[in-house]
Design a protein around this ligand. Structure first.
Ligand code: FPP
Length: 248
């Protein structure tokens, strides 16, 4: 089903130029959004999940091929047990819901991150949604869950070292392509654009290897308030950048 290039009230340059192939988003500010309204932090995460659904569809309509979102980092386990448990419950619900909801829109869902420490229930939901959407083609939504960039690189190094120790690989054969092929994102192009709302301007252990040449775009809006128009602004701004990848 072709669903992109639908006309909307806001028609910026983003509609005329091809969009970034891969956008990564750090969905930050859910807690602050909730606090401002006197609500529990979980209400912010719920609202954030709705925003994700909306933005995923919008990105699909614009022709973005990959959207990678930071849902739960390896460091987020440090949060109060109650918040972690609520977040996991919410993620589980959404993994089930997305299978149906986003399914109509030809969106493939993949989960990247460590499986260690995740409950059997969540692991089953991940497997189900990945299998159910495996043949969808227009947009791939990568959900970074129990993800940490340093952990990802460390795991890759460990696997490569195991191959060397087993005599299947020479040290001299290790190059950047090989390292990249051992990451969760092995068959996904690097992000062109990284968006972080909520006024924070840091990477927070997200896609450390993959963001080597990504463009960054920040906004003061908290993630639950992030709109399709914000996405279009980010893309318009991206089109004005001059990407040199270390060249001149
Ligand atoms: C950061 O905001 C956000 C998170 C740690 C969780 C992001 C999760 C969602 C949007 C929930 C749904 C996700 C999916 C894939 C269904 P924060 O809590 O650190 O906010 P704060 O900095 O304002 O406290």
């Amino acid at each position: 089903m072709r669903f992109w290039r639908k006309k909307t009230a806001y028609e910026p340059a983003a509609e005329q130029l091809s969009p970034p192939e891969h956008i990564a988003i750090i969905m930050d500010g859910n807690g602050r959004w909730a606090k401002k309204r006197g609500l529990p932090r979980t209400a912010g995460h719920k609202a954030g999940a709705k925003t994700l659904e909306h933005i995923t569809r919008a990105a699909g309509r614009m022709g973005v091929r990959y959207l990678t979102v930071y849902a739960f980092s390896t460091e987020n386990w440090k949060r109060p047990a109650e918040e972690v448990s609520e977040l996991m419950k919410l993620l589980g619900t959404y993994l089930d819901d997305y299978r149906n909801l986003i399914g109509e829109d030809d969106i493939r869902i993949r989960v990247i991150g460590s499986r260690e420490g995740l409950s059997v229930d969540i692991l089953e939901k991940i497997d189900r949604v990945e299998q159910a959407t495996a043949d969808r083609k227009s947009l791939t939504l990568n959900i970074a869950l129990n993800y940490g960039g340093r952990e990802e690189i460390t795991a890759a190094v460990r696997r490569i070292a195991t191959e060397v120790a087993g005599g299947r690989l020479e040290c001299a054969q290790i190059d950047q392509t090989m390292v990249g092929a051992h990451l969760y994102t092995a068959d996904i192009p690097d992000p062109d654009l990284v968006i972080r709302p909520s006024g924070e301007q840091r990477l927070s252990n997200f896609l450390l290897w993959q963001c080597a040449y990504s463009e960054f775009w920040y906004s003061d809006v908290n993630w639950p308030d992030f709109t399709e128009q914000d996405l279009r602004r980010a893309i318009d701004d991206y089109h004005k950048r001059n990407r040199r990848f270390g060249g001149v």
